[in-house]
Design a protein around this ligand. Sequence first.
Ligand SMILES: N[C@@H](CCC(=O)N[C@@H](CS)C(=O)NCC(=O)O)C(=O)O
Length: 213
Amino acid sequence: MRFRHSVAPRGFPLLTLYLTPGASSMAPHIALHEIGVDFVARYLSLVKRENRSPEYLAINAAGTVPVLLIEGRALTEVAAILYFLAKRFPDAHLLPAGDIEADAHAIEWMSFIAAAIHPARHRGLEHAHKIWSVAEQRLAHREWALGQYSIVDIHLFRLFWRFHADLDLQRNEFPSLFDHYEHMKNRPAVQRVLTAEAAIGYEPVPGRLPPPM
Ligand SMILES: N[C@@H](CCC(=O)N[C@@H](CS)C(=O)NCC(=O)O)C(=O)O
């Protein structure tokens, strides 16, 4: 396990993100950079099975990344971590403020992303295309999924970034998703994370194309 530390200023909650370059942890990594809060990053190699060490399993019994430690307390699942960060740091405007219906739509999107989009590849190319078509229809040429930039866009971006080449998704069939991807890649926080994670190095996944740079 490799460690990089940055110390949170006094009075701030100490946040620690367990991450693997290019993995699901990229989403909360982007959110932390959008917020600009100090955090401790702990890098794990999935190939070396560092996520299956007894120490890590004691933190997250599922052995998955990401985990966010909030003053030592573990929070798992991308959607939950993103939601926590958006609510804990409202000045970053990662969710529409004071809008219950928008909150519900954020949960709607992120449930769909986690439950349908993320595992789709395992059910074959045809199924994955069908699921991404649903995302395309839901995005429906909006710049941002909720009408303003939010954690939903971060979550969606990470999976499109990871899978669009692998699944051979084409711009003419998925124009909203490709436009969204370009908007995301223009954001400084996204560029910083892509650069930082590429510098650490993506681990090769058998049978998959390497992630785009
Ligand atoms: N539903 C989980 C999925 C997390 C997940 O599947 N992470 C992968 C990397 S993208 C992982 O840690 N795989 C290692 C393993 O399962 O052993 C979430 O949203 O956080």
